[in-house]
Design a binder for this molecule. Structure first.
Ligand SMILES: [Zn+2]
Length: 214
């Protein structure tokens, strides 16, 4: 799976970019970034499509009796709300195989060193398996799956998965068609895993630090 190590502009920054609201310096950097980053190209394309749809909606002239009817059905500006911010969902730890044993995430040298964690956030469930890197190498392997609850619990394809520490994106990947991802990182960062669901314009953060259940 592809990994991108650069720091990516945020979704709100891309939102400004596609609407022509980003500063001149930023535009240069972001245009350059788009050349090398398929993940951000996808975000920019999604946002750009939404901007065009919103603009077309505003421009189309509608008979007044229909307008009244439409106002009763639609709240104004959902597309623009979508652009202006990504909803931050609260994630709740629902299962932790290491909690009973008090194991830190990514603990080494034990036969039962893989740790399973499950989180729920909004309509999404995330299962994580955290274990020391194979072959005795330093570092941690993190495998997981992002699933949308509901009919058939579909895996979420194309979600951004980032290891974030002290405001920096250390590692990033994308979920595959089954919603699965795999990341490796050095040691255990004092950080978190950020999941960005682009199609739903929301994100949530999962703790991957050493932790004990309260
Ligand atoms: Zn990027």
């Amino acid at each position: 799976m592809r990994e991108v190590k650069a720091t990516h502009p945020s979704v709100p920054e891309w939102s400004d970019y596609v609407r022509g609201l980003a500063g001149k310096t930023a535009v240069g950097t972001m245009r350059e970034h788009l050349r090398t980053c398929a993940a951000c190209r996808a975000i920019a394309a999604d946002l750009s499509a939404v901007v065009k749809t919103a603009a077309a909606d505003r421009e189309s002239s509608v008979p007044s009796e229909l307008t009244v009817q439409a106002k009763a059905i639609f709240r104004p500006g959902p597309a623009l709300d979508w652009l202006q911010r990504v909803r931050q969902l609260a994630a709740v730890l629902t299962f932790d195989s290491g909690a009973a044993a008090g194991l830190p995430v990514g603990v080494r040298g034990s036969a039962a060193s893989a740790r399973q964690l499950s989180y729920s956030a909004g309509d999404y469930d995330v299962d994580l398996r955290v274990e020391p890197a194979g072959g005795g190498a330093p570092g941690t392997d993190l495998a997981g799956q992002v699933v949308r609850r509901g009919l058939g619990s579909q895996g979420v394809e194309g979600a951004l998965v980032q290891v974030v520490a002290r405001g920096k994106t250390l590692r990033e990947t994308e979920t595959n068609q089954f919603g699965e991802f795999l990341l490796s990182y050095a040691a255990t960062p004092a950080g978190m895993l950020r999941i960005v669901i682009r199609e739903d314009s929301c994100q949530f953060d999962l703790s991957i630090e050493n932790r004990k259940r309260k």
